[in-house]
Ligand binder design. Structure first.
Ligand SMILES: [Zn+2]
Length: 386
């Protein structure tokens, strides 16, 4: 029997003390969870999947996707426990600039809401050093379950002590660390975002780029498994480092957390019809990993994988009003005019319009959302296949 539990977890308060929370949904099959519990503590636990959306508050399509996922998970056979957190940023959600949500940045500090998750390399080293020989022998014999469980609780404890610091943490650190405390138990972590004006794409660590095709998203950006502050990186990097430390001792550790950032189109926009096919890609991935059963599958799309070093930003060399001549998702050729910038001080000269050309051949993944640009604005991001 599939059970849906719902909590409102308070993270923010207004100055009158009014609580502003995040909805946390937990979905699982009671009989499967009970069966695993009854099998005893040595058994593999039921896998856990964590999915959040809109940590960049204006990027709301992921919340529509979580709605669709909940609808469908209720009808499927579940071999995992799901934790789903839509609109997970109660600070960004309440900051507006004009007609729009403030979005990517804390309006007060300028901090990016997706760059303050926690990872400390020295934590992993001290965890390995603290292991008893008997625990290491267990891993050598191929039994990883106990190690995985104790490393997860170690990481959770570290997150708790970060929030407990005498000197406190900034708002983005508070938000990110609190969300990470919920996510840290999971085996699969999906962080749902959108671009500004964007086609669908997914960031996958290099070691999972093959698996990432199951999401059925046309563009995969393959990133090195390093930490730069985002949730996906904070989720898999400790395990990558742990594996390396064991490899140094000649021990192969197979377990890793799988984490992806999925970019579902453009910000300030939801489409419930599109959310159905977005959720289908996620269910397809989950079914391939035997976490759900009964899903009908997807019609596979052509997928291009681009290394992060070939995912290039085109910065504007001109200020003015910009007309975008290509859409996100379009293929462009080197030298093709992809935008033009209009300058009102030159209306009476031949310099009124400046063409912007694609520096290389590739796929336009996203462009700046506004028609007003200055020198240095990130005009386009292009997956280069030149
Ligand atoms: Zn984002």
């Amino acid at each position: 029997m599939v059970v849906v539990e719902k909590d409102l977890v308070t993270l923010n308060q207004d100055i009158a003390g009014q609580e502003i929370g995040i909805p946390v949904y937990r979905i699982f099959d009671k009989s499967i969870v009970n069966k695993t519990k009854a099998a005893g503590s040595g058994n593999k636990p039921v896998p856990k999947v964590y999915i959040q959306s809109a940590v960049h508050a204006a990027e709301m399509q992921g919340s529509a996707v979580i709605f669709r996922l909940i609808e469908q998970l209720k009808k499927l056979t579940l071999f995992a426990e799901f934790t789903l957190v839509p609109n997970c940023n109660p600070f960004g959600r309440t900051q507006r600039a004009g007609e729009y949500l403030q979005g990517r940045y804390d309006a007060t500090t300028g901090n990016n809401w997706n760059r303050f998750y926690h990872y400390d390399e020295t934590d992993v080293v001290s965890f390995v050093e603290s292991l008893e020989q008997a625990e290491i022998d267990l891993i050598k014999s191929g039994s990883e379950t106990k190690l995985v469980r104790s490393f997860k609780s170690f990481l959770k404890h570290k997150l708790g002590s970060k929030l407990d610091k005498d000197w406190g943490v900034n708002t983005a650190q508070f938000l990110n660390t609190t969300l990470q405390e919920i996510a840290v138990d999971a085996d699969i972590v999906l962080d749902l975002h959108t671009g500004p004006s964007s086609t669908r794409h997914i960031y996958s660590p290099e070691f999972l780029a093959g698996q990432a095709t199951a999401f059925n998203i046309e563009n995969i950006i393959s990133i090195p498994p390093k930490f730069a502050g985002a949730l996906d990186e904070a989720s898999f990097t400790p395990w990558v480092h742990l594996t390396e430390l064991f490899a140094d001792r000649g021990i192969e550790l197979k377990y890793k957390v799988s984490a992806f950032t999925i970019e579902l189109g453009s910000q300030e926009n939801i489409c419930l019809t599109q959310a159905l096919s977005d959720s289908a890609g996620i269910l397809n991935y989950l079914q391939q990993h035997h976490l759900v059963e009964g899903f009908v599958g997807v019609e596979p799309v052509d997928i291009t994988t681009t290394l992060l070093k070939n995912y290039k930003t085109l910065f504007s060399k001109h200020a003015g009003m910009v007309e975008y001549l290509v859409k996100a998702g379009d293929k462009v050729a080197k030298g093709q005019v992809i935008a033009r910038v209009l300058n009102s001080l030159e209306f009476d000269t031949k310099h009124a319009i400046v063409d912007v050309k694609a520096p290389d051949t590739g796929t336009v993944i996203l462009h700046y959302p506004s028609a007003a640009v200055q020198v240095g604005t990130q005009l386009f991001k292009i997956a280069v296949h030149g």
